[in-house]
Design a protein around this ligand. Structure first.
Ligand code: CP
Length: 329
């Protein structure tokens, strides 16, 4: 396993390493800003592997996680990340909140703000909802996934996993396969991985391929085998059934036959190709269980581990200004 390999331009002389108040997306980040976040996350990977995992730099700050959509990995890892950094962490699950009584998104945001949150983490089913909240509150806001739009910390944890396993992005061919159309993970990963210099193939049935996707600097394929050819990393995506209205695929069985990752199909990729999936997985729909569980090839649990480190880095960096950290105040 490799550590902290700089893979994109270093922060230019005189530039601030991360001049942003919020993290609403990868869009708009410079390659060196992404690299800075990854480099900062490395220290937290090391801390998280120790028996004592505490740091107190966020002591006294209140972190509010407001989740309007279901989550296991993102919610828990943001909660763990905040607690390991010493913050007071509270979670608001929309299903058990006054959202159920008809309270609007803006009123909910204003309410969290009035309780003097120091950092707010939001997941919402509507694209753009996180930016709307960021414009209304007095503290940094982190996007934990909004609609089809972006899931920036997922892309960062994926990039960290890839960098630690494979090194420089400039030499890598990365295939992102599945429901590209509805996937915020795909969009954030495309933006991050192309910015870092990787060659990115996107593979999907025609019904699940966004029009003009090549404008994002990727190479689209509707033939799974052709898109996998020589890939160093194969990133599988879940069918986002909750965002589909109508028949995008004939049946899960037919989808698996054409676009499911099997061992035989994986042979098209590079001999040591790394298999990734952001989770949750639909086993037997987009990925065969024997591949998902093959620890020689699959980095799926490592992605989850990197999620805590990346979220610790993001929480630390975005709260530096209010903590008066030199160079950030
Ligand atoms: N990858 C991801 O966002 O998983 P959760 O929906 O469980 O948070």
């Amino acid at each position: 396993m490799q550590n902290a390999i700089p893979t994109a331009a270093a922060t230019p002389e005189g530039a601030h390493p991360f001049p942003h108040r919020h993290l609403t997306g990868i869009f708009g980040l410079q390659p060196w800003e992404i690299t800075f976040l990854l480099d900062e996350a490395e220290q937290w990977v090391d801390l998280n592997r120790q028996s004592s995992k505490h740091d107190d730099r966020l002591a006294g700050l209140t972190q509010m996680n407001a989740f309007f959509e279901a989550s296991t990995r993102t919610l828990l890892s943001f909660e763990i990340a905040g607690k390991r950094l010493g913050a007071d962490v509270v979670n608001m699950h929309a299903a058990q909140s006054s959202v159920k009584k008809g309270e609007t998104l803006i009123d909910t945001a204003v309410t969290l703000n009035a309780m003097r949150a120091d950092v707010i983490v939001i997941r919402h089913q509507a694209s753009g909802a996180v930016q709307l909240i960021a414009d209304k509150v007095d503290c940094p806001v982190l996007n934990a996934g909004d609609g089809w739009h972006e899931h920036p910390t997922q892309a960062l944890l994926d990039a960290l996993t890839i960098r630690r396993r494979r090194g420089a992005f400039e030499k890598l061919r990365i295939a992102i396969c599945g429901d590209i159309l509805h996937s915020r993970v795909a969009r954030s990963n495309i933006l991050a991985l192309t910015a870092l210099g990787a060659e990115v193939h996107v593979i999907a049935p025609p019904t699940l391929m966004p029009p003009a996707i090549e404008r994002l600097g990727v190479i689209p394929f509707t033939d799974f085998d052709a898109g996998l050819e020589g890939a160093d990393v194969v990133m599988m995506l879940r069918l986002q059934n909750e965002r589909m209205q109508g028949g995008f695929i004939p049946s899960p069985r037919e989808y698996f036959a054409l676009y499911g990752l099997t061992r035989e199909r994986l042979d098209r990729a590079a001999p040591d190709a790394l298999v990734m999936h952001p989770g949750p997985m639909n086993r037997g729909v987009e990925i065969a269980s024997d591949i998902a569980d093959d620890l020689e090839r699959s980095a799926i649990t490592e992605q989850v581990e990197m999620g805590v480190a990346v979220r610790m880095a993001c929480l630390d960096i975005l709260t530096r200004k209010q903590r008066g950290v030199e160079g950030w105040a």
